[in-house]
Design a protein around this ligand. Structure first.
Ligand SMILES: *Cc1c(COP(=O)(O)O)cnc(C)c1O
Length: 314
């Protein structure tokens, strides 16, 4: 049986008090999914839970997945594999990384930790990466590594969404709004599927691209109680600016909650701006989801340091 079943997934909500929101009549809360596990953070744990069980059921002893060099998902799969005695293979975007692997592992904590958990890497060119789901490439991977259980980039599939349907609890039925960040849209789909009709789900894509609207529609059937806000991607996936970094540091100082700059920081920035613009009705109870991602901060800080910019305070 999967050892992921033995973790406590009963995550408490924390109320957020910010001086700048003092005069606004709303309640702001955050669900601390970031506390589930230090490496399998937040929604990645939820997404992997039933996939690991399925891999074991299919008697596969290897998990194979795809990701960028700083991917939360890559590290999560490596850690989940280690916990469950499964081999893991990470197909990583960027074949230039392979030429310099020792140096890369010194500077990149995500890959260094994944390797410590036993993950084997297959570095591929950006072009190969774009075609990673083609039959011919998957066949090539099977020839090289043998049989494996394939988990898509970002971890989103039907079983991942089933796991994310367990994020909200009965206690959360008191909230009017659920707010969270999107990458592939898997997590928000699970959340939407588990909401009551009177609840609204507000999604904040961490990247540019209108494909997410369709993607979420596919996974959520006929539910209509959700909306995406495309105003807070800060220029695209992995992009950020000094204002966002300052926001994350201020938020940490006042609430003791550390947000990540790729997903949760952008989402919380958006929620607070929408509160200040009076976009939520009076008395609204808002639950934000801390989907994790703290492991990615060190890579971002390295970039900030090299540009002599303010870093994120851990
Ligand atoms: C992967 C990730 C997301 C995006 O989840 P999707 O299900 O791909 O939309 C959000 N937040 C964090 C911290 C993540 O690591």
């Amino acid at each position: 049986m999967s050892i992921l079943n033995e973790f406590n997934l009963n995550i408490e909500n924390q109320q957020i008090h910010l001086s700048e929101l003092h005069q606004y009549d709303v309640e702001l809360w955050i669900k601390r999914e970031d506390k589930i596990h230090p490496q399998i953070s937040g929604n990645k744990f939820r997404k992997l839970k039933y996939n690991v069980i399925e891999a074991q059921h299919q008697e596969k002893n290897t998990l194979l997945t795809f990701g960028g060099a700083y991917s939360n998902h890559i590290l999560a799969v490596a850690a989940a594999g280690k916990l469950n005695n499964l081999k893991t293979i990470g197909v990583i975007r960027g074949d230039e990384l392979a030429f310099n692997l020792d140096k890369v592992l010194k500077e990149n904590q995500t890959l260094a930790q994944a390797k410590e958990f036993g993950m084997e890497f297959e570095f591929v060119s950006r072009e190969t990466y774009r075609n990673k789901t083609s039959d011919s490439f998957v066949r090539e991977l099977k020839n090289k590594f043998g049989e494996f259980y394939l988990i898509p980039e970002g971890g989103t599939n039907q079983l991942a969404i089933k796991g994310c349907e367990e994020i909200l609890t009965e206690e959360d039925e008191k909230f009017d709004y659920i707010c969270l960040a999107l990458g592939t849209g898997g997590t928000i789909s699970g959340i939407i599927n588990s909401t009551k009709d009177y609840q609204k789900v507000l999604g904040f894509p961490a990247l540019k691209g209108d494909f997410l609207q369709k993607e979420v529609e596919i996974w959520t059937n006929a539910r209509r109680n959700w909306k995406l806000s495309n105003d807070y991607h800060f220029g695209g996936y992995g992009k950020f600016n000094p204002e966002l970094i300052r926001f994350i540091n201020d938020f940490k100082r006042e609430t003791n909650v550390l947000l990540d700059p790729i997903y949760t920081g952008k989402m919380m920035f958006g929620v607070i701006e929408l509160i200040k613009k009076n976009k939520f009705p009076k008395g609204a109870k808002i639950l934000t989801i801390h989907t994790g991602g703290i492991q990615g901060i060190s890579g971002v800080n390295k970039k900030l340091r090299s540009k002599n910019l303010e870093e994120i305070q851990l």
